[in-house]
Design a protein around this ligand. Structure first.
Ligand code: ATP
Length: 586
């Protein structure tokens, strides 16, 4: 497919806000694409040149792209800047300038060729790389037609926002195969095990639904994390779990999925390690001590699921999340390893020495873990404590013990079930401080809620000094839309107000994002695009006609900004309804 033809699809995608229509257009695009390019097409429509988890970024400032445009179309940079001021989008500027150059021939570059050229730009690093990126970008722009130039410019500047994610691509692959969304579940199951959207699309294209049935976990490619459900009391948990179940401490750190495998090109070069976050981002560079510790384990290849948390080396005591979060950084990592060392508490194993363990029951996976980590002498990779219990009383006393140790609570796990990638289910139930009150009674809201920042209100009185007076937060509906849940104002400390203001300034947009469903009376003064997840705690969930979820929160307060979650991974409308039911005991 030529890049120009691909750009025509992008242009159609850009013009619609309807998820159904987007799905149909994508399915049509996938039908036309051939098997060698469909993976690249998937990355490109998401504005990327590699699977998400590789974290390959362009590192090319708008200013540099403006210079590349000037160079490509042989105009002064002032002209580009001036047109940019008017148009507000560098893609439109590039397109207009390309159009005015009569000599530019129709592009012959294929989508695969443009992909490779863009990837080269992203991969340039080190000394003078900005200049090399700029030259390559100008070169590319000078070879393509005006419509292609518009999108080629938007990709490196992060402006190709078509308003859908991996999930819509999965729907479109189902439409491609079945004509409707009936195969979505099956395709999503394969994606959960191998979270590389390009690879999944390619398998579907080549082998149809049969092709993805054979997909297996592979070290190096993230597996979507298993997630826990909530229940309102120890009794309810024990009842759900069956006669015997496991209870483990719940650590409040970073989810770390650790992959280990022999160097693919050359086994004598030792082993490779990749670490993925809750969000499936590649965060390996942040944790050098985990990398070296996992290489010492007596295994060839493995995928571990773990929680990594900072500790005080003098006392061996685990530290609160505020300390662990200091490890989230790009620079000064070596010093951070010394100042804030981490331990990874491994609680599951998903792959071992060439074989997937995903389908094995938990108690078997745990035995494997005990074998491996029992023998290990690393202080960094630690086996998570576990006890097998059978009733609510024992569970409550374990949770008390964990809370006294400063832990977040307990994870309760079924023993005879497979790992459930990407799924929230009753195979794991979390029991936190808020699940019950101190008298063992069910508390009103049993968990914190992860919400999406949607907008902000202008400040009045004292709050005007912060720049904003409060924010509007909402949750995803699972249908590509976001619904408003509550206003957050008094639940913000002064420092949090300042933090919110900074975020709002960075993410504000001119008009209401099309994904937002908000009632007239709660409309904020400033809209913010869906990007940031805010974890809040509230006293109660109450029915509300003002907010489009249908519920609101009483006394919401901000716990923290969660940058390990995407907006689509925030608490869903469905979960809010479940939490409300739990609260009313229905
Ligand atoms: P979720 O991850 O379920 O969306 P969340 O991100 O708000 O919710 P929590 O509700 O705190 O997180 O609980 C789940 C998280 O607890 C897991 O994602 C994992 O990172 C962490 N965790 C800590 N200890 C354990 C353990 N022993 N077993 C499994 N997960 C654990």
């Amino acid at each position: 497919m030529s890049f120009q033809e691909f750009s025509e699809f992008l242009s159609r995608l850009e013009k619609t806000a309807s998820r159904n229509e987007i799905t149909q257009i994508l399915a049509e695009l996938f039908k036309k694409a051939d098997a060698r390019e469909i993976d690249k097409i998937c990355y490109l429509v998401l504005g990327r040149v590699a699977p998400n988890y590789e974290g390959l970024e362009f590192q090319l400032a708008e200013k540099m792209v403006a210079r590349a445009i000037a160079l490509a179309y042989k105009v002064d940079i002032e002209k580009v800047t001036e047109q940019y001021k008017k148009a507000g989008d560098l893609g439109d500027v590039a397109s207009a300038l390309a159009n005015s150059k009569v000599k530019i021939q129709k592009s012959k570059l294929s989508v695969g060729q443009v992909f490779e050229l863009l990837k080269e730009i992203a991969l340039e690093s080190g000394k003078d790389s900005q200049e090399r990126k700029l030259t390559k970008m100008a070169n590319l722009l000078s070879r393509i037609d005006p419509l292609s130039a518009k999108y080629v410019t938007r990709i490196p500047t992060g402006k190709l926002r078509l308003g859908f994610s991996d999930m819509t691509i999965l729907d479109a692959l189902s439409v491609l195969e079945k004509g409707d969304k009936s195969a979505r579940k099956q395709i999503e199951a394969a994606f959960s095990v191998t979270a590389d959207i390009g690879k999944i699309a390619q398998k579907v294209k080549v082998g149809g639904l049969e092709g993805i049935r054979r997909i297996r976990a592979e070290p190096g490619i993230p597996i979507r994390c298993a997630l826990a459900e909530r229940l309102a009391s120890a009794e309810k948990i024990a009842e759900k779990m069956g006669s015997k179940f496991a209870v483990e401490p719940k650590f409040d750190g970073f989810r770390t999925q650790i992959h280990l495998w022999p160097h693919s090109a050359n086994a004598s070069r030792g082993k490779e390690v990749r670490i993925f976050s809750r969000n499936l981002e590649n965060v390996t560079h942040m944790f050098p001590e985990i990398v070296s510790a996992v290489k010492k384990l007596p295994v060839e290849s493995a995928i571990f699921d773990s929680e990594s948390i900072a500790y005080n080396p003098a006392t061996q005591k685990l530290l609160p999340f505020q300390d662990t979060v200091q490890r989230k950084r790009k620079h000064g990592i070596e010093q951070a390893v010394i100042d804030i060392p981490l331990k990874s508490f491994v609680f599951d194993i998903l792959y071992l020495d060439g074989e997937t363990l995903l389908d094995r029951p938990f108690f078997e996976r745990r035995k494997q873990l005990e074998k491996i980590l029992g023998k290990s002498d690393t202080r960094t990779i630690v086996l998570t404590d576990q006890e097998i219990i059978s009733n609510a009383e024992d569970l409550r006393s374990k949770v008390d013990e964990y809370l006294k140790q400063g832990l977040e609570g307990a994870m309760v796990k079924k023993l005879d079930v497979a790992y459930q990638p990407g799924g929230r289910g009753f195979h794991w139930v979390k029991f936190k401080r808020h699940t019950e009150n101190t008298k063992g009674e069910e508390s009103k809201v049993t968990d914190t809620i992860d919400t999406v920042l949607m907008g902000a209100y202008a400040g009045r009185g004292k709050r005007s000094t912060f720049g904003i007076g409060g924010v509007l937060i909402g949750v995803p509906g699972g249908d590509g839309k976001y619904y408003s849940l509550t206003n957050l104002g008094t639940g913000l400390t002064d420092e949090q107000f300042r933090e919110m203001f900074k975020i709002v300034e960075k993410l504000k947009v001119d008009k209401q994002p099309f994904e937002y469903t908000v009632d007239k009376i709660t409309k904020p003064d400033i809209w913010v695009r869906p990007k940031v997840v805010l974890e809040v705690l509230a006293d109660e969930i109450t029915p509300s006609p003002r907010h489009t979820v249908g519920y609101s929160l009483r006394f919401p307060r901000l716990i923290r900004v969660r940058d390990d979650k995407n907006p689509e991974q925030a608490t869903s409308v469905h979960e809010i309804k479940e939490l409300y039911k739990m609260q009313t005991g229905k």
